[in-house]
Design a protein around this ligand. Sequence first.
Ligand SMILES: Nc1ncnc2c1ncn2[C@@H]1O[C@H](COP(=O)(O)OP(=O)(O)O)[C@@H](O)[C@H]1O
Ligand SMILES: [Mg+2]
Length: 360
Amino acid sequence: MIQIKNLTKNYNDYAAVKDISLDIKKGELCVMIGPSGCGKSTTLKVLNRLETPTEGSVFINGEDISNIDPVILRRGIGYVIQNVGLFPHMTASENIATVPQLLKWDKNKIGERVEYLLNLVGLEPFEYSKKYPAELSGGEAQRVGVARALAADPEVLLMDEPFGALDPITRSELQRSLVKIQSELKKTILFVTHDIDEAILLADMVVLMKDGEIVQSGSPTQMLEFPVNKFVRDFVGTDRALKRLSLTKVETFCKPAPYVSLNTDISNAVEMIDNGIYIWVVDENEKPCGWLDAYMDEPTGFVKDYCTIDSFENFTVSKKQSVKEALNKMIKSGVNQLVVVDGDERLLGEISIDDIIQKS
Ligand SMILES: Nc1ncnc2c1ncn2[C@@H]1O[C@H](COP(=O)(O)OP(=O)(O)O)[C@@H](O)[C@H]1O
Ligand SMILES: [Mg+2]
């Protein structure tokens, strides 16, 4: 979808981008990352012809962009930058409608599009459509910026540190919104950041740059697992093992675990524990509600008379959560294993700290 071939960009004698080549597939979210001044923004600007290559070329959909009228080219590319640059004298709706209006869309179609996009970026149309940029928080303004970039349904989105100026909580909300939007729309996105956690969270492919050159590219997992040199190792951080676990789902480490129900006869439960030290206990809906220890003195009756009941959140994780979240919970609760549950909160198995250490 986007092909950058041997791109070099010089400013006078200074090479801001040195002979980089890159292929971004349709529907892929590529994150370009690297320290300040390494040539990220320059690369993006070449892609929408705000800058002209000194050498090399860029193809979008197989077409050399130097043959496309810049104005036409930019209408097919959504561009989101830090501090958005919304037009201050226009409402949120009017800002979003800018390009469709230039394209002379029908008025009703524009209205519907604006409403759809406000919803998509998580802004209630009734509340926000008439607001001016000065009446929006930084995060809301940035959401409007994303909606505006998507207005004419471009195939390509270029995002230059779009969440860089936001506080950490708002930033993580917008990151999650983008993940959701992308899972729905599957745009081809080149996203620039200098934040490695943001890159790992968002990227299908990461491209790490230094001094105008690509040092390493690949999936976030590859980057964390096989950094090619010290620069990459330092850049991804000393906690790269933990970061990798943030990309791994609990279900990967889930193994079967025996369980009994509250109303199981205690003698049967004792047999099931066998030579283990505990067994999980579930309620009538197979929702975990506690556990039963092996050490009981001549028990009679039912599991419910002997088991330890705990609140669901304390000892369970969902199969879709990250292993890092599971570890975090184990450390906080001071336990070595947790029950893994499915979307309906039914017991699937368990995840243990030993398995995570041995298998990762
Ligand atoms: N218009 C310009 N004129 C001269 N030098 C520039 C210009 N734009 C960027 N540069 C230089 O090119 C290098 C790369 O800049 P940039 O692509 O903006 O970096 P990044 O976005 O990775 O922080 C920097 O050293 C910057 O000073
Ligand atoms: Mg920049």
